[in-house]
Design a protein around this ligand. Sequence first.
Ligand code: HEM
Length: 645
Amino acid sequence: MQTIDNNARSSSQGYGQTSSSSSKSNRNQTVTPQAIGALFQLPDYNGGNKNPLQSIFNLIQQLIAQLRQNCGNASNTTEYRSIDGTGNNKKNPEWGSANRSDLRKTVPQDSSREPGGTTEQRLPNPRDVSNAVVAQDGNTANSKGLSDLFWMWGQFLDHDITLTPTSADPADYANIAIPAGDPYFDPNNSGTASLNFARSISTTDANGQSQQTNAITAFIDGSNVYGSDAAHADALRSHEGGKLLMSTGDMMPMENNQFIAGDERANENIGLTSMQTLWVREHNRLADELAQQHPRWSDEQIYQEARKTNVAEMQAITYNEFLPALLGDNALPRYTGYKADVNPEIDNAFATAAFRLGHSMLSSTLLRLDENGQEIPEGNVALRDAFFRPDKVQEAGIDPILRGAASQTAQAADPMIVDDVRNFLFGQPGEGGFDLAALNIQRGRDHGLAGYGDTREALGLTPVNSFDSNVWREGFGAKLASVYDSPADVDLWVAGLAEKPAGDSLFGETFTAILTDQFTRLRDGDRFFYQNQFSGQQLKDLNNLKLSDIIERNTDFDNVQENAFVASNSHLSVQPQAAIATTTTSSSQQSPVTQRSSSVVQSLGVNTNRSSMSDMSQQMMQSDKPLTAQQIRDLMQSVRNGFLG
Ligand code: HEM
């Protein structure tokens, strides 16, 4: 007989603190013959209900609920994962919880590559590498025909598992010098331009080495939807019917014109915002369903059960649909159950290099299509105009964005990335615009990631000693040779993208090894992994679930191709490429950023004591002028710092 006990943890772990007392006491009872006996001896057993008939009725309801669970109509266990990830591993309760140091699992640490280090001094300038290797002219298409939904899922997933906080202290900056005459960032050849680069916050380990932090839970546990700490999670709840808060149009709640979600980056681009919205809707849909099936369940019980199923769905899609598309079928060892000795925590090289693979696949235009496959009157959105634009999600909803993303083929998985993020990230050059490639390269050095040579050696891969080696994608050996002295020196993010695909993987041996290790540990080291929690029909349903099901259940986009990660125009009456052609011209025009960014963190009651945060956001809210790109970038930085304060 099962024990119903979903409140074994302290309230600081994010649940069990808000449910009504009567229903909580119901749930904490073990349904045993003793309990039945107690019912007759103590008629007020049921939370003060003095009516024995009512109590018997309540008990029968509980027994039916338990029978249903045993028959597979609900999950098999009633212990819920904590919000902050603690307690998942019983022996090592901190494993995978928020605010833990990243692991050095696959790639050795080489602090000589850090800013100011001996090796760093002879490495090429990150912007030079970006210009020589990463610059992309025009559109490419990835070899597997994967859709924009593929990278949107990748980013959404990343925001469930990694968030590396950076320092607000200018003394910790390691700015990236811009080569004189850079066409975008130093067109007047001043030779003095630079890109601000805030180093990641780190702690010093027992060996005197710097180790960076993951601010969110490592587990695939929907922390991007629910948050990684109790206060945040609580602020996102409606506290009625187990639901999450929503705003008009079935959108996420808003504060100061920005959506609020479990992860602070939810507004970063309109595709990501749409994905975030989809999963809040799915939670509420599940909550409605559960409330109907279990009219006596409390808000808390419905919230936890809906969260459990929602997270299971995210895991199922990640492992059964996304990873096979990324790494090929059966790339991970077969699941043989939870392993308490597996540490699921994030590998520094995964967060800082390998899983940044998605940057290479971003499309320059985000299509917005109607049900006939036509561009909507509000138009497609250039990626450079899609950053922190919740208004663009509100104006026509998420359906056209998801329809466009399902239809369009993502860019090639190679070292090249579109100008929207290489020159116009969060603003125009000179007005706060950034280069995501230069950031990735500098971040790898900031974290002391070993170069390509030491990395391959540590992974047991054959050494690559020449830029003529056939390990490189066509043409990229020569490009790398134009900036690096030796293959061993190449920064991991660039080298990994430049490798030819290995087998059915989208990427080469190095990234495939790092990704396989991380996703295997995230699965095997998660006591609440869905295959360890569900059984029977419910497990079968989860194993068959597709992202297309989630989209169809929660939007009016109801003819999604079965595998939404593979682009299809079956539901379109125009070809996506035609739509791109008409929008690339407009994407080069500057569009003013008119939205106020929000003090998301303050609204959630999380510590925002840092004066830079509150002063700046107050100034912004008081001004009638549109935010500049620099302000948006500063705000993003300060939100990040405030969030961790
Ligand atoms: C429009 C889309 C995207 C934009 C604008 C974007 C932008 C960024 C920025 C600005 C950073 C921090 C860079 C730094 O200072 O080190 C970052 C980090 C990262 N991005 Fe993206 N990204 C996008 C999509 C993706 C996708 C599709 C993926 C993966 C499939 C991805 C994976 C990552 C990872 C793993 C990190 C490190 C996160 C951390 O540990 O803090 N990103 N991205």
